[in-house]
Unconditional design. Structure first.
Length: 398
């Protein structure tokens, strides 16, 4: 795929240079045919052809407005020359020529494709008139009318191609802007999740250090060290993500990726803080899961553990189960604390439900039968990621 793109990127400039060389060669061809050997109009026609070809040559260096203005001025000059020859009515078929109409047609394509919108509305009609009226400017015969019709067909075709390329470019830019906005929104959600998770852990550790400060002062320094580490991780995550949000001129960045390994780290960090103890139970194979599935599973576990820290009063144990079964990945987080209420209007569960819904999954949260609170998310696994081997036995980490 990459080789094919490189070949096309090299072929396109070569074709353009070949066409440009053919356009420049039309000027001496017109000289040989004798289109410029007219005492009254020959020099003016030659100058017009040279200006048109010269503008095509320098067009890649011109900005959109400069290109449109120059093409409009050139088209008006060509029309004035045609009117001058029409008033004299003595040139006959020698009013024709190939270099100038071909250059004007090329300019029409360029103006339609990348010219400034306000000037394109003036330049495009002027160029079309200059192209079509030149054959019939002096002699109105069947042959010149046929040539004018061919020029008109070529002008309309070129204009349609240029406008189509313009609309396609605008559509791509809109899609890129929408994708960038979507990614920035996703970054904002991730920033909330990361910071909320770390700050909740910091608050819990600070409360624990305060509670044991009088009875066991020797445990305070390790707690402060863990608080410092959690704060540093939160700041690092914040700087990283805010930096990507500020990168307005760069390419659209991808959401930070997380997988099952990061889920294990979440559970270990949760247990290291103190208080409730978390256990992770994995069942199935996870190596071939798509990125959007593993990242969403990571977010489910993170939000559930954060809510346990905030609302799980009396909680001593948290069970995190991730099960891969066929075309479905189930993530379930339960605690043994008192049933608590989490507002669905908050950013946490509401954003989590939106995120899970984007990949076609579902999430439920509420009291569990044995007591406590549970969050369960069911994530679909695409058929292309179906497991190729028998699921491995259960693996437990605490």
């Amino acid at each position: 795929m990459a080789t094919g793109r490189k070949d096309r990127s090299r072929l396109l400039p070569a074709v353009l240079w070949l066409l440009l060389g053919g356009l420049v060669a039309l000027v001496p061809l017109d000289l040989v045919v004798g289109f410029y050997w007219i005492a009254e109009y020959g020099p003016a026609k030659l100058i017009g052809a040279l200006l048109a070809v010269g503008l095509v040559v320098v067009s890649p260096r011109l900005r959109s407005k400069e290109l449109s203005v120059a093409a409009f001025v050139l088209a008006v000059g060509s029309l004035c020359l045609s009117v001058w020859m029409h008033m004299e009515m003595r040139v006959g078929a020698q009013a024709a020529g190939y270099a100038e109409p071909a250059a004007l047609t090329w300019l029409l394509l360029l103006v339609a494709r990348r010219g400034k919108s306000s000037w394109t509305m003036l330049a495009a009609p002027a160029l079309m008139l200059a192209i079509v009226l030149r054959p019939v400017s002096v002699s109105t015969r069947q042959s010149t009318i046929n040539v004018a019709l061919l020029y008109a067909l070529a002008a309309v075709t070129v204009l349609s191609i240029g406008l189509g390329m313009r609309f396609l470019l605008v559509d791509r830019q809109r899609q890129a802007a929408a994708l960038r906005l979507e990614q920035r929104t996703e970054f904002a959600r991730d920033l909330h999740d990361f910071v909320a998770h770390h700050v909740t852990g910091i608050v819990v550790q600070a409360q624990g250090a305060q509670a044991i400060a009088g009875r066991k002062p020797e445990l305070v320094p390790p707690a402060l060290q863990r608080i410092e580490q959690a704060g540093s991780e939160a700041l690092t995550s914040m700087r990283h993500m805010v930096g990507m949000l500020r990168d307005a001129d760069g390419e659209v960045a991808l959401t930070p990726l997380s997988g099952i390994a990061e889920v294990r780290s979440l559970v270990e960090e949760f247990s290291a803080v103190g208080g409730a103890r978390a256990e992770l139970e994995l069942e199935g194979t996870f190596d071939d899961l798509p990125v959007e599935v593993t990242t969403t599973a990571h977010r489910v576990v993170m939000e559930a553990l954060t809510n346990v820290r905030k609302h799980g009063h009396g909680c001593t144990e948290v069970q995190v189960r991730v099960n891969r079964s066929g075309k479905r990945l189930t993530v379930r987080v339960t605690d043994d604390g008192r049933p608590h209420h989490v507002s669905v209007g908050g950013f946490g569960l509401k954003g989590l439900a939106e995120r899970v819904g984007l990949i076609g999954g579902s999430v439920q949260a509420g009291p569990v039968t044995a007591g406590g609170w549970g969050v369960e998310a069911t994530l679909p696994v695409p058929p292309s990621a179906s497991p190729a081997k028998v699921p491995t036995p259960k693996a437990t980490a605490s």
